[in-house]
Design a protein around this ligand. Structure first.
Ligand SMILES: Cc1cc2nc3c(=O)[nH]c(=O)nc-3n(C[C@H](O)[C@H](O)[C@H](O)COP(=O)(O)OP(=O)(O)OC[C@H]3O[C@@H](n4cnc5c(N)ncnc54)[C@H](O)[C@@H]3O)c2cc1C
Length: 497
């Protein structure tokens, strides 16, 4: 039997980093608000925010080459890189505030300093990395970037990758020492636990099944899998933070702003090792260049990971195709998301992205041997016995209407909200968790225009650079970079490699 249980101020759907970040902000801004979190699984942070379902890169555009493309003349455009880096500074400030306030006591439980490096092979690859470095280092955000094409220095920076290579190899490598590895699962759990101590009810094993408008908000239908029960909750504001599950719920809400959106799921695998003889010879996140037709998030990278205080190496992702929208989703997820209003968009995307489809099919068909060969492009010493394959989270890339093109595939995140600000949904996956804080600040401004001005002093305490661009204010950039590095303990002696 379904019955209306109660009325609350806010319902957050999904127990991932996005709901947790928004919830933590609202808990600070409006401590008296009644907030509910509903998570369909028995535990929070088990989908994309789990540390082994994502790569844990604190995306700041220091190493990811897709944010700094070169044109036909070899000139590098860093507009996107600047934007991503600015956003990561916002996240660093918010996380520092959480440490200062005692919400999180030990930063190393979720963030650790790991140098970010980029790697280009052959003369073409080297020239691009060098040109990218020369362009970026002139911007204050990237002034600490270093570059080398000297094999001895490369072997010193990255022994596992470069020590035992044969002579005559040409490579370019850039380095930014204060990059980060982030355990978004740990961060999510700590934020939700804090919200719980402040009165938020976190209900795991509770799936939201429907959303209907009411006179002053939304009626949220919830299924409790443990008690085999179903009930409705009224909420003034709803955030659909269901990760890959967000599209279905957005469609159920029926809001006009959600029409025309589709989801393109990409599955993936990583290789992982904890063998000390490998882990101790590599301390970096090293991003390479994408294969032809590969989506930007599929660029290969060899990463140091720090999870529960232990160091690992992870390599991948190897992309593939599965119609599921969540790792724990159903194979009907993709077909059940097709509507009259998004079908033309989806068909257009299929027509225009044949290279991507070919790439994904090729990845699906690739053997273990092919996959180890990809790893061998990073480190010549590959012992398959030392590595295990793990399944990554599902990414659901956004397909949306765009001008004359009819429909495009987007690789970023998309915040969609109703005109009256009573509901918002987050679609897409990149740069993802690293930018949860700026995304949620944007949501607060969009959905709570009446409260926002009153919230500003508190928001400036959380994010001192609010409303300002750090690359246009070098004094503030230095001050805040030093403050967040100190608070998050990101300037440590690097472990010997
Ligand atoms: C392979 C891969 C690599 C990535 N690498 C990085 C990276 O290096 N750096 C980075 O910053 N980001 C990365 N990302 C992106 C990042 O993981 C995501 O942006 C982020 O975790 C999304 O958080 P979320 O809270 O929206 O979703 P999730 O963490 O997936 O949480 C959504 C939750 O909602 C629940 N849910 C869904 N439907 C319902 C429902 N109907 N009712 C109740 N609950 C529901 C789900 O069970 C889930 O727990 C990566 C993602 C993938 C897949």
């Amino acid at each position: 039997m379904t019955y209306t249980k109660e009325s609350v101020d806010v319902v957050l759907i999904g127990g991932g980093i996005m709901s947790a970040t928004l919830g933590a902000m609202l808990t600070e801004l409006q401590p008296e608000w009644d907030i509910r979190v509903y998570e369909r699984l028995d535990y929070v942070a088990r989908e994309s925010s789990d540390p082994w379902n994502n790569a844990g890169t604190g995306h700041a555009a220091l190493c990811e080459l897709n944010y700094s493309p070169a044109d036909a003349n070899g000139d590098v455009d860093i507009t996107k890189a600047i934007n991503i880096n600015e956003q990561f500074h916002v996240s660093r400030q918010f996380w520092s505030y959480l440490i200062d306030e005692g919400v999180i006591t030990d930063p190393s439980t979720f963030i650790n300093q790991v140098p970010h490096m980029s790697y280009g092979r052959g003369e073409k690859g080297r020239d691009y990395i060098r040109k990218r470095y020369e362009t970026m280092v002139r911007n204050p955000l990237f002034a600490d970037m270093e570059y080398t094409d000297d094999p001895a220095t490369q072997a010193d920076w990255l022994p596992l990758m470069f020590e035992n290579r044969g002579p005559g190899q040409v490579n370019g490598v850039s380095r930014f020492r204060t990059g980060t590895d982030v355990d978004f699962g740990s961060l999510t759990r700590q934020l939700l636990t804090h919200m719980g101590t402040k009165g938020t009810q976190i209900r795991t094993g509770h799936a939201v099944t429907d959303l209907n408008r009411t006179a002053d908000g939304w009626r949220v239908s919830v299924k409790d899998s443990t008690a085999a029960d179903a009930f409705d909750v009224n909420a003034r504001f709803v955030f659909i933070g269901g990760g890959g599950g967000a599209l279905h719920l957005l469609q159920k809400s029926g809001i006009a702003e959600g029409r025309g959106y589709g989801g393109f799921p990409v599955s993936g695998l990583f290789l992982r090792t904890s063998r000390p003889e490998l882990v101790e010879r590599h301390h970096a996140k090293v991003y390479g260049q994408a294969a032809f037709g590969a989506p930007p998030m599929s660029v290969p990278h060899l990463d140091t990971r720090v999870v529960n205080g232990k160091r690992y190496l992870m390599f991948g992702p190897y992309a593939g195709f599965s119609p599921k929208f969540l790792k724990s989703g159903r194979i009907t997820d993709l077909p059940f998301s097709v509507r009259g209003n998004n079908l033309p968009v989806m068909l257009n995307v299929a027509k225009d992205n044949f290279d991507l489809v070919k790439y994904l099919v090729g990845e699906l068909a690739s053997s273990k041997k092919d996959r180890y060969e990809m790893l061998a492009e990073f480190t010549p010493e590959v012992d398959p016995g030392a590595w295990e394959f793990i399944t990554a989270g599902q990414r659901v890339q956004v397909m949306k209407r765009e001008g004359k093109k009819g429909g495009v595939l987007g690789f970023g995140t998309e915040l969609i909200s109703a005109a009256d600000g009573s509901i918002a949904a987050l679609l897409g996956a990149s740069p993802g968790a690293s930018t949860a804080a700026p995304i949620m600040l944007n949501l607060l401004a969009t959905c709570f225009p009446q409260q926002y001005t009153g919230w500003e002093p508190k928001l400036k305490a959380m994010v001192p650079s609010l409303g300002r661009k750090l690359h246009e204010d070098e004094t503030l950039l230095t001050e805040l970079s030093e403050y967040t590095a100190r608070t998050l303990q990101l300037i440590k002696d690097e472990p010997a490699v």
